[in-house]
Design a protein around this ligand. Structure first.
Ligand code: AKG
Ligand code: FE2
Length: 263
């Protein structure tokens, strides 16, 4: 089986039979139990190499930023002081290229649009359908984190995130998280628990991920960060983002924070 209409498979179909209902329900069980699912060796070695080359060739297009933001990726709330967890600033520093900068024949677009892949995601995530972002930036992102660059603590705007590690740094670049802190559906922003995590007073979980791993992560209510890269190998990671409703754009403040532009 290949990914839709192309000839050579983008991912390891034998190890990860995405269309097999028992594989799907096993993956769903793992995601529901742990809040995260890691499929190692998801991308073939050839796909990882192709995306890495593409990433290196397009690195000059990346928007590099060091920005200070709060964990809610929202403008400051004047009802709270600046040190309150609602407003406290953390730092993110990385480069990023966006959907509009990914080549039309890229394996990343094939995977993102693949009906087999989307059906697998729907089954595992318990979604009816998945839609691309309405803005031209947010659906497929390739992140670069060079030495000392990091992603500060935050909650995602979308209810789940899908990532693919393309290049692992020599040290650092570790994905750390605390599960189920806030509840965006009820508006419980969990300021106290959030503050404890920011203060380093809560044990955090750490993901083991390798080049070619697919990670499904519920990041809307689980606070997470990526620790600073160590060494001169840049961390390269793809984020595939979908919505369960059509016509949704990433918020303007998040787009300005992470891309430096709106479209
Ligand atoms: O870099 C990662 O592994 C996670 C990225 C992330 O959390 C995000 O882009 O919101
Ligand atoms: Fe995130």
């Amino acid at each position: 089986m290949s990914l839709d209409r192309q000839s050579s498979p983008v991912f390891n179909v034998t190890r990860h039979p995405l269309g097999d209902p028992s594989f799907q329900s096993r993956c769903k069980g793992l995601l529901d139990q742990h809040g995260v699912l890691v499929l190692d060796d998801f991308l073939t070695a050839a796909t990882v190499a192709a995306i890495r080359t593409e990433g290196q060739q397009n690195q000059h297009l990346a928007y590099y930023t060091t920005s200070d933001h709060n964990v809610y990726l929202a403008p400051a709330d004047p009802d709270y002081d600046l040190q309150h967890p609602r407003n406290r600033l953390v730092s993110s520093s990385k480069g990023c290229i966006t959907t509009d900068q990914i080549a039309s024949d890229s394996a990343l677009r094939q995977l993102y649009k693949s009906e087999v892949f989307k059906a697998f995601l729907c089954s595992v995530l318990g979604e009816q359908a998945l839609y691309e972002y309405a803005d031209p930036l947010s659906s497929i992102n390739l992140h670069y984190a060079a030495e000392t660059q990091e992603l500060g603590w935050h909650y995602d705007n979308s209810s789940f995130a899908i990532t693919l590690l393309i290049q692992k740094p020599q040290g650092g670049g570790e994905f750390e998280y605390v599960r189920d802190v806030r509840d965006a559906s009820t508006g419980d922003m969990a300021h106290v628990a959030t503050g404890k995590i920011l203060d380093g007073r809560v044990p955090v979980s750490r993901l083991q991920i390798e080049e070619g791993s697919l990670v499904l992560f519920r990041g809307q209510n689980s606070m997470h960060r990526v620790t600073p890269t160590q060494g001169d190998v840049t961390r390269m990671l793809v984020v595939l983002a979908y919505n369960n409703r059509p016509g949704i754009s990433l918020s303007e403040s998040a787009r300005m924070t992470f891309y430096g532009r709106l479209g």
